[in-house]
Design a protein around this ligand. Structure first.
Ligand SMILES: [Zn+2]
Length: 379
């Protein structure tokens, strides 16, 4: 079984599903894989039809199923030093290399590789496959698919999100939101700064606020999580040393143990941005500040007695409590009333890296997990 999971993984890796690209070629391949086995699947497309989620019920459409959720998109390889083609699965030693091997096409490959076994079992409760788009740019795809699963399918008992955890059970994740901030000033010769407004220098005030809020947040401790973090991931602005910059934009990201803390930090940032906006407009009416929230993913809260926890602990034998700082769609499922945990093959340490890899033993462990799940669902 694990051999065919590796074959499927090779097919999935070959689709360049960087989030900026369409994922439809991969979705069509998965659809055909399932159709060939008599399994119908549903697409949930984005607004312009360039991307889609896909979900499928393997086994009887009855309550009590288990959702296996994963994202089909991957992060870019631009500028990263890869020693082999990131879109070709290559084996060196006991490791499999390629973009998405750890994060998280191996989980999808393992789920697909066990469809035959699930159909033959046969299952008494379904295994529900749920593959989303645009997870890496803020879990943008999953919400519409989750809404449809909740609305149209008999209620599943648990959700396993297959982000890389080395097949350990992760019970909670932080909430994440990100913002684009655009500052507009007025151009002038740099010898006459009072005739313009430097968007770069005004934006610096808000960037300093992010640093300051981050420093404050470090002092707030939490029972399970590390403190909230704030980072500025990208800055763009200005044209030359002797021109007062008209434009400056930056993106920042905020990760909090609790939504409420995130709301408070966001409110403080917005208040400061509004004040700066008014200040700039008073000097140059065409200038100002805009803050656009690009993503907002709820956190996954610890639910020790949930069916997802109980199931994942039974399948892995792992009884430790773990939390992570990265976000996934687990919080979205929980918010929709479906208990969820994160458990998948590979390590987050290799995710997003050049020469991303997964150990073959992780594929084997993942296959054992899927076999036990099939046994449980057919008991
Ligand atoms: Zn991921």
């Amino acid at each position: 079984m694990s051999a065919s999971a590796v074959d499927i993984l090779a097919r999935l890796i070959a689709f360049d599903t960087t989030s900026r690209n369409s994922n439809l070629a991969l979705i069509a391949w998965v659809e055909e894989f399932l159709r060939a086995r008599g399994v119908a699947s549903q697409r949930v497309a984005n607004a312009d039809g360039s991307k889609a989620n896909l979900y499928a019920v393997v086994g009887p459409a009855v309550p009590g199923g288990v959702v296996l959720s994963g994202h089909t998109d991957v992060v870019p390889v631009d500028g990263q030093p890869w020693s082999s083609d990131p879109w070709v699965l290559s084996e060196r030693g006991d490791k499999l290399y390629g973009r998405g091997t750890a994060d998280m096409k191996s989980f999808i490959a393992l789920a697909l590789a066990h469809v035959d076994e699930a159909l033959a079992a046969p299952l008494k409760r379904p295994m529900i496959l749920a593959f989303s788009y645009d997870e890496e740019v803020g879990c943008l795809g999953a919400p519409t698919m989750i809404a449809e699963i909740v609305r149209d399918l008999p209620r599943p008992a648990a959700v396993i999100v297959g982000e890389p955890t080395l097949m350990k059970v992760v019970s909670a994740h932080k909430s994440v939101r990100s913002f684009v901030v655009e500052v507009t000033g007025r151009e002038a010769h740099s010898s006459l700064p009072e005739q313009g407004v430097s968007a770069v220098m005004e934006a610096l005030k808000l960037m300093n606020l992010v640093v300051e809020l981050g420093r404050e947040a470090k002092l707030v401790s939490h029972a399970h999580f590390t403190p909230a973090t704030m980072t500025i991931g990208r800055v763009e602005g200005g044209t030359a040393a002797n021109i007062i910059a008209r434009q400056c934009s930056f993106v920042w990201d905020l990760r909090c143990p609790e939504m409420e803390q995130g709301d408070a930090i966001e409110a403080r940032f917005r208040a400061a941005a509004d004040a700066l906006d008014a200040e700039i407009k008073a000097r140059v009416p065409e200038g100002g500040v805009s803050v656009t929230r690009r993503s907002k993913t709820p956190g996954l809260a610890i639910a020790p007695e949930s069916e997802a926890e109980t199931l994942a602990r039974a399948l892995t034998g792992d009884n430790e409590t773990r939390v992570v700082s990265y976000a996934a769609e687990a919080g979205l499922f929980q918010q929709a009333g479906l208990p969820a945990v994160i458990c998948g093959p590979g390590s987050i340490e290799q995710a997003h890296q050049p020469d991303e890899w997964i150990e073959r033993s992780q594929i084997e462990e993942g296959a054992a997990f899927m076999r036990r799940l099939v046994q449980r669902l057919s008991a």
